[in-house]
Design a protein. Structure first.
Length: 94
């Protein structure tokens, strides 16, 4: 994990554009970089290519669910902090 004041790369995996915009605003305002993944396959590709500090993953991400991806990430990259996001109730897409 990065020391205080260092820039971290945060992976966001979600299909909801309003969630992506909100997280991008928060992450960049905090001085960090954001990379975006739209599927479980892309998440696994990015964590091998980039130095990811934190992954924010929609539990219903395409191809594999968030829990399965989190388990695989923990095996391959235990240094990455993973936060699963779950939405209940009315959820608007796009």
């Amino acid at each position: 994990m990065q020391a205080m004041g260092e820039t971290a790369t945060i992976l966001v995996a979600d299909q909801d554009q309003s969630v992506i915009r909100l997280l991008k605003t928060v992450i960049t305002n905090m001085g960090h970089d954001m990379v975006l993944a739209s599927s479980g396959e892309k998440i696994l590709e990015l964590i091998d290519e980039k130095e990811i500090a934190v992954a924010l993953i929609d539990n219903n991400i395409k191809v594999q669910g968030g829990i399965e991806i989190a388990k695989q990430m923990h095996k391959e990259h235990p240094e990455i902090e993973v936060v699963l996001m779950a939405y209940y109730g009315a959820r608007r897409s796009g």
